[in-house]
Design a protein around this ligand. Sequence first.
Ligand code: ZN
Length: 161
Amino acid sequence: MFVLNSEMATNGKTKVHVPLELLNIWRDNRQLDKDSHEAFGALIGSQSECASEFWLDTCTLPQKQDSATRTSFNLRASHHQRVVDSYFKSSKGTLGYVGTWHTHPQHTPIPSNVDISDWCECIKRNPDRRLLFVIIGQVNMCIFREVEGIFECVYKEEIDE
Ligand SMILES: [Zn+2]
């Protein structure tokens, strides 16, 4: 297990720890070129009992079987699930699925209606935990979570070096 390098978010309710390695993965996958496709995957980490604090560990990456365009992606869940399961096993149950991430070709990402309905499905499928949803824009990254039926941006950070 590697040491968490940066403490990313505090808005009173939600604190998210993001390791530098993960930030670098997101930076490298930004949609900076005109023809770059959306990148996406599952977030792997853990959360405090009251879900006020999250420790992100790593994420899954787009696979051959997945398809993506500039403004959409289609995640084949089985591969991503296998990766999450292997982290769950090797961490003896400490690490698990804690949400999703994807990129947007926008300066500051704004969730689409498709994103919102996808996030609602993720929440429905995982009633035993709270989830985070990360969108990586070209300059800013935003972390969203559902708070009383509304997706709030709990953290926004410039990801540009
Ligand atoms: Zn999106």
